[in-house]
Design a protein around this ligand. Structure first.
Ligand SMILES: NC(=O)CC[C@H](N)C(=O)O
Length: 218
């Protein structure tokens, strides 16, 4: 079988780390930077972490929004991490530390992982809205937003989970499978062809989640 071709959205955020893991696992990787990169040849799509409102805006401006949504709706497998999970949610709410009145915090400089969508911005959430779920951005606040833990992810035990100003899932619709929770909050789901999580599996050496994603790819 030829190598699966995985398109990694590469407009902003932590995309390189996904590319390294997928290449090491035997996939061919193409960076999605413009509309022409989004083709029917893609066997899978990765939506990386970063800043969801910047990504959402760029994806529209670069003409990738409709073709990407079409592929997702055609059941092309998707791996979405953190900001990527926000892009897939049918509803997005703002958590602690979001918004004009929020505290700015100073614990870490994770500015590329956090910004506020402008009111009435046509690029504001929801974005692809291909998973029926409500996701809360910056759900852990700015000061406590970055932490690491370990837990179960579906059948996988002891999965390292690195959170960087991550969201969590407040509620899920029918047929959305919950794969992981941390402190009773949902942090990973599967819905049909889409795997989405609040944390960053690409920042740890454990490749089980990427292997699971590749197992969805024909
Ligand atoms: N690590 C991340 O991807 C952070 C997500 C970011 N805080 C957002 O709301 O888009």
């Amino acid at each position: 079988m030829s190598k699966p071709l995985i398109g990694v959205l590469a407009v902003q955020g932590a995309f390189i780390e996904h590319e390294h893991i997928l290449s090491a696992l035997g996939a061919e990787v193409v960076e999605l930077r413009q509309a022409a990169d989004v083709t029917n040849d893609l066997d899978g799509i990765v939506l990386p972490g970063g800043e969801s409102s910047v990504q959402g805006k760029l994806v529209r401006e670069l003409g990738m929004f409709e073709p990407l949504r079409a592929l997702i709706n055609q059941d092309v497998p998707v791996l979405a991490t953190c900001a990527g999970m926000i892009l897939l949610a049918s509803e997005v709410t703002q958590g602690i530390g979001s918004g004009a009145n929020s505290s700015t915090g100073n614990a870490t400089d994770n500015s590329s992982f956090d910004a506020e969508p402008a009111a009435n911005d046509p690029a504001a959430p929801p974005y692809f809205a291909t998973i029926p779920m409500s996701v809360k951005r910056n759900a852990y606040g700015r000061q406590l937003g970055s932490f690491a833990t370990a837990g179960n992810f579906g059948d996988f035990e002891n999965v390292q989970m690195t959170f960087i100003r991550g969201p969590y899932v407040e509620s899920v619709g029918d047929d959305v499978q919950v794969l992981a929770t941390v402190n009773d909050n949902i942090v990973a789901v599967r819905y049909k062809n889409q795997l989405a999580m609040s944390f960053h599996p690409e920042l740890n050496s454990d490749t089980r989640i990427h292997e699971m994603f590749l197992s969805f790819v024909n």
